[in-house]
Design a protein around this ligand. Structure first.
Ligand SMILES: Cc1ncc(COP(=O)(O)O)c(C=O)c1O
Length: 462
């Protein structure tokens, strides 16, 4: 029986049977949602520019840096392919394990704090307008004490924001177009794309799938997903993400000590992305500031997106220690503050109330429960690919599973999986040339969907 035949009749039926002997049940969270059947509509994004054929042209020339960008940003491109797939198979029950968006409800202890702040806005006493661009004092203090206690990070080193991705772009504005940068290869695409937009790079070189002037630090199973720094050229900025999206690997204390030393030797600034730190099972550092001396060479950006399901609420933060100085001795934090005050008007007060609730004892526990649920999903996916004989990485310290398909093109594997199982994954090469031959499977999903996707993977690759 072909995969399509075997799937066509049974996709929406209960799917847990083939994994029944495991400890994971489809009811570990109360809010499980059944697979939607036939409910997909093709939506046209109203913000997307209409394609119009017009003879009239303005006299404004296109930003040459934006023109350097290749195709679409990775995730909209995946969404486009998913939409095309649904046009081809309108009845398919597509499961998205691609983009890495959270799916589980936000714990009530957090939403009730947001509701309370929201209702207060309807009262004279409770109303507030623009807040401090850097964030509310109470929240900055709570972030400092919850995540950076004992590391010498203070409340005024914290800048609350509308998310880590937005802060990455604002940091790029601070650095300007004359800096050189390095990224892990593969890496979260926002670092490279924002660098291109700022004009820090050369053109995209199709033969090597790299932009000129970016130092790609290869992270492979062979080097334990930590770059061989002896082969890395000096750059002004290093973007470093741990636990890493997409590989799921987390750097050890020893490796991060090496990285900090490397930055010090070269007079480099590290932008450390710890958006998945709370997913860590290993005893690796949760913050770069656990490493002695890091305050003089590092910035850290993080987010409530994947901790508390705030991908839509939008709340993150960036730590710029006052000890971090440019070559002329000027504090980086002062320039970041200047940019934040110019490009941003402060995070939503309702979202900040939610973030404060996340950091209360009950909120923190509730947040960990949701993270624990996704970590169980991760185990299910890892078990599935292991049982099929694949080499599987990540998963233990991040909600991403990095599956190796030796010798194959990632986009080809992505298409094969989508075509034959109706499951959306992410092609590894979308994260840089070092991701070729891998796909990333996200563990963000309702339990039924994860189990069903794994059943389809087993059917396809048995
Ligand atoms: C490594 C990494 N950094 C930052 C972000 C974006 O976070 P935010 O939602 O706070 O903008 C993501 C989102 O997927 C991510 O994977």
């Amino acid at each position: 029986m072909s995969v399509m035949q075997s799937l066509s009749g049974s996709i929406s039926s209960s799917s847990s049977a083939f994994l029944a002997p495991t400890n994971f049940t489809s009811s570990s969270r109360a809010q499980n949602v059944p697979l939607p059947a036939k409910s997909f509509r093709i939506c046209k994004c109203v913000a997307a520019p209409q394609e119009q054929i017009t003879a009239y042209k303005t006299k404004v020339s296109r930003n040459a840096n934006v023109a350097k960008l290749q195709a679409g940003y990775l995730f909209p491109e995946i969404a486009r392919r998913r939409t095309a797939h649904l046009q081809k198979y309108p009845d398919a029950k597509v499961i998205s394990l691609g983009i890495g968006d959270t799916t589980e409800p936000i714990p009530e202890v957090i939403t009730s704090a947001m509701a309370k702040r929201s209702y207060a806005l309807s009262t004279l006493e409770g109303y507030s307008g623009y807040g401090a661009e850097q964030g509310e004092k109470a929240l900055r203090a709570a972030i400092a004490s919850r995540f950076y206690k004992n590391f010498g990070i203070e409340e005024d080193d914290i800048f609350v924001s509308d998310g880590a991705k937005c802060d990455i772009s604002r940091l790029q504005v601070v650095f300007g177009s004359n800096v050189t940068m390095a990224v892990q290869d593969p890496s979260y695409p926002a670092y490279v794309d924002s660098s291109v937009i700022m004009g820090q790079t050369g053109q995209f070189q199709k033969d090597v799938e790299k932009y000129g002037k970016i130092e790609y630090m290869r992270c492979t199973p062979e080097n334990g997903f930590f770059p061989d720094l002896s082969t890395v050229s000096r750059t002004d900025i290093i973007f470093f993400c741990s636990p890493n999206n997409p590989t799921g690997s987390a750097a050890t204390r020893e490796q991060l000590t090496q990285l900090v030393q490397f930055a010090k030797d070269n007079g480099t600034i590290i932008v450390y992305d710890s958006a998945y730190a709370l997913y860590m099972s290993d005893d690796n550092p949760r913050s770069i500031f656990e490493i002695p001396g890091a305050k003089e060479v590092a910035i850290e950006t993080s987010s409530f997106s994947k901790y508390a399901g705030f991908t839509g609420v939008r709340l993150g933060w960036t730590v710029v220690p006052k000890q971090l100085l440019f070559s002329d001795g000027f504090p980086v934090a002062k320039d970041f503050n200047r940019i934040v005050c110019t490009c941003f008007n402060g995070a939503s007060n309702i979202a900040q109330a939610g973030a404060l609730a996340c950091l209360s004892p009950e909120g923190f526990e509730a947040m960990h429960e949701v993270i624990g649920f996704y970590k169980e999903n991760t185990d299910i996916i890892v078990e599935t690919f292991n049982s099929l004989g694949f080499k599987v990485y990540g998963g233990k310290n991040a909600p991403y599973v990095w599956v190796c398909f030796p010798g194959r093109s990632s986009w080809e594997v992505f298409s094969e999986i989508l075509e034959k199982t109706h499951v959306v994954t992410t092609p590894g090469s979308g994260f840089g040339p070092g991701g070729e031959g891998f796909i990333r499977v996200s563990a963000f999903g309702h339990r039924e969907n994860i189990l069903e996707a794994c059943r389809r993977f087993k059917e396809l690759y048995k």
